[in-house]
Design a protein around this ligand. Structure first.
Ligand code: GAR
Length: 213
């Protein structure tokens, strides 16, 4: 019975570059009876990503598509399109229903996005469209905002510009550092990501132009 029910769950490929606490939240959630999605593989751009260790502990297949193997960091123009094509193929091998970028610190290219249209989501540690990019928590703190938060959105070709699925606010404290603020954001972010995945796996993505219903 359980095996039958689990076959019906939506399949997630999760992409990570860092410690993978958002991945862990999904792994913990899928252990709940009735949770409608399960992580089937974890991919990274870095072989030293802590998220890969979490995946291996959960006995999940992992893959690494290292941009350095396509010339990134060599000082020359790197083959970003080739990297993206291989990443798309590695993802496709796991037949995902959804791809979750959870602390994946690379822009996805046109092959991944066209092979999986409106099926790739990202979690970002700021209230988009404020503070896109790789240093969102630092940028929000430097700007002096009193409220920031996190956003889960569909990935499009821009930098954190895709349709917003859900957001949660977090109040900035006077004595916050980047680390303390990011930690509080991540506590909220993990719950938000799990809720969004649950919703997508249950009802799909209802996209109306830029608006997600
Ligand atoms: C998360 O806060 C995520 O939003 C952020 O990296 C962290 C990963 O944490 N992503 C970005 O900044 C992407 N622009 P985790 O590795 O513990 O899940």
């Amino acid at each position: 019975m359980v095996a039958e029910a689990q076959r019906d769950r939506d399949r997630l490929v999760v992409l990570v570059s860092g410690t993978g606490t958002n991945l862990q939240a999904l792994l913990d959630a899928q252990a709940r009876p009735g949770f409608p999605a399960e992580v089937v593989a974890v991919g990274s751009d870095r072989s030293d990503a802590g998220g890969l260790i979490r995946a291996e502990r959960a006995e999940l297949p992992t893959f690494v598509v290292d941009p350095a193997e396509f010339g990134a960091g060599s000082g020359k123009v790197w083959d970003r399109a080739g990297w993206d094509r291989l990443l798309a193929a590695r993802i496709a091998a796991h037949q995902p229903d959804w791809i979750v970028s959870a602390g994946f610190m690379r822009l996805l290219g046109s092959t991944v996005l066209s092979d999986f249209p409106n099926l790739v989501i990202n979690t970002h540690p700021a209230l988009l469209p404020a503070f896109p990019g790789a240093h969102a928590v630092h940028d929000a703190l430097e700007y002096g905002v009193k409220v920031t938060g996190c956003t889960v959105h569909v990935i499009d070709a821009g930098v954190d510009t895709g349709p917003i699925i859900a957001q949660e606010a977090v109040t900035v404290a006077g004595d916050d550092t980047v680390e303390s603020l990011h930690e509080r954001i991540k506590q909220v972010e993990r719950e938000l990501l799990v809720a969004v995945v649950e919703r997508l796996a249950t009802s799909g993505l209802n996209l109306n132009g830029r608006k997600v219903d």
